[in-house]
Write a protein that binds this ligand. Structure first.
Ligand code: ATP
Length: 308
């Protein structure tokens, strides 16, 4: 099947000369959830804006459902819903009018029953007649989602959907994303919350300084770059790993207070029980043991570098 979105050698240089995207290529399959991760200023919003036809590429091209986003703007925009980071609509307009108007803007016939259903699902129904300025921040976020879904798009972009929202809205949002996916909607979200990507995405793309560093199936990524460790807390610190334990992949951490074993399925030398027996036989007394699974966060930090 042809990808629903195809990004081909895309670069973006802003008017001031800043290169925000550098030769990005990416195919997105219909029905998948792709999470784009990256530090502030990486180029995530720029990429989304170009796919949605809001910004023009400097080089390269994007097709959505087989149509070029610049030449066939109306066609491609009609199948896309975008939840931006901030609300920019008229604050005096009512919730229901704002959402219905959005549907019309995208060339769809009015469908009050659909809009009402959407408002119910987003717990906005009781506020449907209120002006936007009378809503709380979280409710405004919900309006942004309702607007994006008003024309029943096949592709939904969520730009930092859960930044600064409470736990209940975050959970609702994840629920909604899952339900939309079941209905076949393709979802692309940008997020700083790595656990969010880990929870809901099928694929993960990592962007840094305008470059797509990696795009990979989440489970494959976890398998390839992730791992499991056994951490043995020692009573007394060790200066070095005793040579008698040389066959095991062991390292010392925490100033010699922890002996860390990387699980190795190919050569486990008799398993954990054997390792612990050999550790004891080497005269090492341990206080505690624990296992630790590498998270997506560890992978992200190792790729992008800490503190950026
Ligand atoms: N209109 C503009 N003119 C010049 N530079 C811009 C413009 N818009 C964005 N940039 C720059 O392009 C880079 C990428 O910005 P973008 O908003 O795409 O990043 P982002 O990954 O979405 O970041 P964040 O996570 O902070 O939202 C940033 O360095 C930003 O300052």
């Amino acid at each position: 099947m042809a990808p629903i979105i195809s990004v081909n050698s895309l670069s973006k240089t802003y008017a001031n000369g800043f290169k925000a995207l550098d030769n990005v290529s990416l195919d997105i399959e219909e029905g998948e959830i792709l999470a784009l991760l990256g530090p502030n200023g990486a180029g995530k919003t720029t990429l989304i804006s170009i796919i949605c036809g809001i910004a023009n590429p400097s080089e390269g091209s994007v097709t959505v459902d087989g149509h070029d986003v610049v030449r066939d703007f109306r066609k491609t925009r009609g199948v896309i819903g975008l939840v931006p980071q901030e609300l920019t609509t008229d604050q005096f307009e009512s919730v229901v009018n704002t959402v219905s108007f959005s549907r019309g803007l995208n060339g769809k016939k009015p469908n009050p029953a659909y809009i009402d259903g959407l408002l119910r699902e987003l717990t906005l129904y009781e506020k449907r007649s209120n002006a936007l300025r009378e809503l709380s921040g979280g409710m405004k976020r919900r309006v942004l989602i309702a607007k994006a879904l008003s024309h029943e798009p096949r592709i939904l972009f969520l730009d930092e959907p859960t930044a600064g929202v409470d736990v209940s809205l975050r959970k609702d949002m994840w629920q909604l994303v899952k339900r939309l996916r079941e209905g076949g909607v393709t979802i692309i979200l940008t997020t700083h919350y790595i656990e969010e990507a880990q929870e809901i995405a099928d694929r993960i793309g990592i962007i840094d300084r305008g470059k797509l560093m990696l795009v990979e199936d989440k489970n494959t990524l976890m398998r390839k770059l992730g791992g499991k460790q056994l951490i043995i807390e020692l009573r007394e610190p060790l200066a070095e790993v005793p040579s008698a334990l040389g066959v095991w992949k062991l390292t010392l951490s925490q100033g010699g207070r922890q002996l860390v074993y990387e699980y190795d399925e190919e050569s486990d030398h008799g398993g954990i029980a054997q390792l612990l027996a050999e550790v004891e036989a080497a005269g090492i007394v341990f206080a505690d043991i624990a296992t630790r699974q590498t998270s997506l966060e560890d992978i992200f930090v190792s790729l992008i570098g800490e503190g950026r």
